[in-house]
Write a protein that binds this ligand. Structure first.
Ligand SMILES: Cc1cc2nc3c(=O)[nH]c(=O)nc-3n(C[C@H](O)[C@H](O)[C@H](O)COP(=O)(O)OP(=O)(O)OC[C@H]3O[C@@H](n4cnc5c(N)ncnc54)[C@H](O)[C@@H]3O)c2cc1C
Length: 322
């Protein structure tokens, strides 16, 4: 439900009263989300904030809760389709403002180093930080355009590796508002899934444990992955990467291609000619175009192969229910 302007005004004054003047003055209203997503679609968020500390995130959430304002937390917007009609309530984006990285050698085993990074840190930057420090384990993440928080939430991965291999623990604000430390054994990391997907909560920081490696090998592995990606993925078009989770026993791209849907389009949304597992924005796609195309693909594959394609990309905002 739309939040009333008077409630938005109350939200602002409540933040100021609590001493968060800088945060309050940085708030934007009716912020168009299109430039904040890799798909380049999405209407306005009623209230939009880019906090720079865990305390600021906690303040935003506690004020929003107090006033019954719904909120949505995003990272780099690379796994989202945001509704053309926009998002009700507050959008909190963890980005550059919240992207500190530091490292420390494991005091118990000098072969390993811990990296502490804030949730808004881009995976590409983190992977390059690790490579430059001669640490191995994050090469797979060098081409994933998400934030660290989004990567924990999705258990992002590529080339048979994923975040579960390098995460040691995560600092998070739980759905009840407590700051908690969650060890790797409790993160429930599975194929593109995590505890946060099931139970809610906001990742604010993650601690990774990486092994010292041979810098030459690390850089050459990154180069190989980059070449593979550039060759096989339509990176020149806006998208959110693979649209669907991989169904057991099948390759999504092959299923879609065999169904004759390669190149099929609805408005400006198209099944990529280069990789049928990707839906791309050819220039003027709307979120509704993407949604309609995805439904068409799902219905066709269900009918032809009896396979349910499950969306990996999250559809958020008015009219979308995931
Ligand atoms: C060209 C391209 C290639 C891609 N390749 C890959 C790939 O190889 N492997 C892969 O796994 N993915 C890939 N992706 C998808 C995407 O980059 C990942 O899913 C990434 O982890 C999403 O991170 P994000 O910060 O962009 O999250 P967003 O898109 O901003 O959000 C995604 C979800 O994560 C939640 N979230 C974000 N931050 C937090 C946080 N701090 N705490 C709790 N929840 C949070 C959001 O609420 C939302 O539900 C690709 C995308 C593109 C565009």
């Amino acid at each position: 439900m739309m939040v009333d302007d008077s409630v938005i005004a109350l939200f602002r004054s409540r933040l100021s009263e609590m001493g968060w003047e800088a945060l309050e003055s940085g708030l934007r209203t009716d912020e168009i989300m299109k430039p904040h997503t890799s798909f380049r679609v999405g209407g306005p968020a009623q209230i939009y904030a880019e906090p720079s500390s865990t305390e600021e995130i906690a303040a935003l959430i506690s004020c929003a809760r107090e006033l019954g304002i719904p909120f949505f937390l995003m990272g780099n917007g690379s796994n989202l389709v945001i509704s053309d009609e926009g998002i009700d309530g507050l959008v909190i984006r963890l980005g550059e403002n919240f992207s500190a990285i530091r490292s420390e050698e494991d005091p118990e085993n000098s072969e390993y180093t811990y990296i502490y990074a804030s949730a808004g840190t881009l995976l590409t930057r983190l992977s390059s930080f690790a490579a430059k420090a001669g640490l191995t384990g994050l090469e797979f993440a060098s081409g994933i355009p998400g934030s660290l928080g989004g990567a924990v939430f999705m258990n992002a991965g590529a080339y048979d590796h994923d975040m579960s291999e390098v995460l040691e623990k995560v600092i998070a604000i739980s759905s009840s508002g407590e700051v908690e430390t969650v060890g790797k054994e409790d993160l429930q990391l599975g194929y593109r899934s995590s505890r946060f997907m099931k139970e809610g909560g906001i990742v604010t920081e993650a601690v990774l444990r990486l092994k010292k490696g041979d810098p030459e090998q690390i850089f050459s592995q990154i180069k190989e992955y980059t070449e593979k990606r550039t060759k096989s993925q339509p990176l020149q078009y806006p998208s959110a990467g693979s649209m669907f989770k991989r169904p057991a026993g099948y390759y999504t791209g092959a299923l879609i291609e065999q169904a004759g849907l390669k190149g099929f389009s609805v408005g400006g949304a198209q099944v990529s000619e280069k990789h049928a597992g990707f839906v791309i924005n050819t220039g003027n796609a709307t979120a509704s175009d993407i949604d309609a195309l995805v439904r068409k693909i799902q219905a066709t594959i269900k009918e032809k192969n009896g396979v349910e394609l499950v969306r990996e990309v999250r559809f958020i905002g008015r009219g979308f229910d995931s």
